[in-house]
Design a protein around this ligand. Sequence first.
Ligand code: SF4
Ligand code: SF4
Ligand code: SF4
Length: 298
Amino acid sequence: MAGAGLGTAFTSGLKKARGAKPPGISRDAVGVLVDTTLCIGCRKCEQACAERHKLPDRSFEDMTVLDRPRRPDEGAYTVVNKYHPDPGASESATFVKFQCMHCVDPACASACITGALSKQKSGPVTYDPNKCIGCRYCMVACPFEIPAYEYHRALVPKVRKCTLCFEYISKLPRDKGGLPACAQVCPMEVMTFGKRSNLLELARWKIKNNPGKYVDHIFGEHEVGGTSWLYLASHPFEKLGFPNLGAKAPPRLTESIQHAVFQGFLPPLALFGILGGFMWLTGRKKETNGKNRQEDDQ
Ligand code: SF4
Ligand code: SF4
Ligand code: SF4
């Protein structure tokens, strides 16, 4: 019976694994295009994000923090870093704002066993704290090392990350605050919020019409299956703190491995058979030994 149960579980697992599909987003899914060539590193975006999301108070006047690379954490959904991709040049600093990339096929959501993280068809990857059990698989899975955990909160710690201001952009018109706070406040208009498909067109237009200004690469167009945040830069992205990632979405990669395991169903079954046989023989031996002892006693 156990064997049959295991077989059914494995077979249904195989069906599920084979049937898994990327979540897919609507043609109208939104995103943000970041033109890093315009950023002056003022940190106003960090401040606006912290204020909107009631993150812990901190100073946004201290520009020395830009001198060392930072990562978003549970108290800061976004950070701006300064890079010197061309140390020989007189004007060499490039500022880059980082946050959750809101991947098209997010590894965090795929790894989350309770569905606490999910990709909305409209673009954002959202988090439901009521479903989260604190396993932190999302933190391990994210190729950008974004989700942060509130280790300091003993009772109800949450995973924290940029929400793409979902709670605002999904409810309010743009002229009434229905924009990401960071994009709204930026004095240099570094960020353009809109449909991802339009942002890709805009990015291609900028590259084509500004020869020599940008590298011919839109970060996020293809990386990890595509991301809702897209970037333009004047230097190769690996010199600006971006990880060098392939185009395949991590969930597709892990599912390929799962498929390989499930397709090799026979070896585990054979293993269960051997173990089952071993247990039966052991049981028989114990039974026989018990009977022999009884006969010796008589
Ligand atoms: S507010 Fe705009 S210019 Fe200032 S650091 Fe943020 S992205 Fe750069
Ligand atoms: S960047 Fe990381 S946390 Fe954000 S959607 Fe992608 S996998 Fe999830
Ligand atoms: S989109 Fe919203 S949550 Fe994300 S970095 Fe900008 S202000 Fe913060």
